[in-house]
Write a protein that binds this ligand. Structure first.
Ligand SMILES: Cc1cc2nc3c(=O)[nH]c(=O)nc-3n(C[C@H](O)[C@H](O)[C@H](O)COP(=O)(O)O)c2cc1C
Length: 301
């Protein structure tokens, strides 16, 4: 997904959150290079880490930087219950001192050329304390040398319900002045991305769900920003990218696991097809590469 996004115009990509403990463990084993690697091909790729132990986070960050990741992002945002129970991810939004300490420790552990960035949510919840904690973390991490902060305008409590507060993003950008803030939340189309930039003044956007099934969104954003019409991929181009996506996934996950993994991407890619509903139905039945090939032949031939 990251390679495809880069080829289609994403300036920078991050991995999904990796547990610091997992990285430290696999770094000792032979499977490390296969499981965890930057995107390659000259694409700019960072790694995201999640954890609650600063020593473990620092060791994992150093290993990832040595492995070629170009930046280390710290996850202070994940709202999954198990993650919160283990005092990781979004939990840290309620522990501002610890959160800042973790980022400072990571900054110290890495060479100056490897930027540390931070992913946050707007707060734990809608309380005033939560808001104060957000700004304590924000100011603290920039003071310790974070290169950028990505803010998802939902609270941890909100998970994915309701909307992302773009008004809050605007406040954040006004608060930090020149420091780099990227906005996240409800960026489903290229037009949404430009609208966020216009309405909030953030320095950039972090596209998430909007890229799944439409990696062309990055190229579309660039076209719209240049005042050109939004380029839509035709069925031939959709097929080309999907074939390549499958090939890249197979090289990473192996033949057996790739069918089920690509099935969910297929279901999302189907949204761009003129007969979206039928194609979606067909992808839902995909279990292996032969199924995948048949769907492409029948609907994207
Ligand atoms: C299934 C799923 C997995 C996610 N995993 C991560 C993750 O590992 N790290 C992260 O920083 N954000 C993660 N996010 C959050 C997104 O980066 C983004 O902040 C959020 O989806 C809001 O943006 P959107 O509304 O444009 O999708 C995830 C979101 C979803 C839906």
């Amino acid at each position: 997904m990251r390679v495809i996004a880069s080829r289609l115009g994403a300036l920078f990509t991050y991995s999904e959150a990796m547990l610091a403990r997992f990285v430290v463990q696999i770094a000792r084993g032979r499977r490390a290079g296969r499981l965890v690697r930057p995107t390659g091909e000259g694409a700019l790729g960072g790694a995201q880490l999640m954890g609650g132990d600063d020593e473990e986070l620092a060791a994992a960050a150093r290993w990832l930087a040595d492995a070629g990741f170009r930046a280390i992002d710290v996850n202070l945002a994940c709202p999954v219950k198990k993650v919160l129970r283990r005092h990781r991810g979004g939990y840290l939004m309620g522990r501002p001192d610890l959160a800042v300490e973790i980022v400072a420790r990571l900054r110290d552990a890495l060479p100056p050329a490897v930027p540390v960035t931070v992913k946050m949510r707007r707060g734990l919840d809608d309380s005033t304390e939560s808001r104060d904690a957000f700004f304590t973390i924000l100011d603290g991490v920039f003071r310790t040398g974070a290169a950028a902060v990505t803010v998802h305008g939902r609270t941890v409590r909100q998970r994915y319900e309701g909307s992302s507060s773009w008004r809050f993003l605007r406040e954040v950008k006004q608060h930090v002045g020149g420091a780099v803030v990227l906005g996240s939340g409800d960026l489903f189309t290229a037009a949404d991305c430009l609208e966020m930039l216009r309405r909030t003044g953030v320095d950039g956007v972090a596209v998430a769900r909007g890229a799944i099934g439409n990696p062309w969104i990055f190229r579309q954003i660039r076209a719209l920003a240049a005042g050109k019409p939004c380029p839509q991929p035709d069925v031939d181009e959709q097929r080309e990218v999907m074939v390549e996506h499958y090939r890249l996934a197979e090289a990473t996950y192996g033949a057996k696991r790739t069918g089920p993994i690509m099935r969910k991407f297929g279901i999302q890619y189907a949204r761009l097809h003129p007969q979206a509903e039928d194609v979606r139905e067909a992808f839902i039945r995909v279990r292996c590469q032969d199924d995948w090939r048949r769907v492409l032949e029948q609907w994207y031939g």
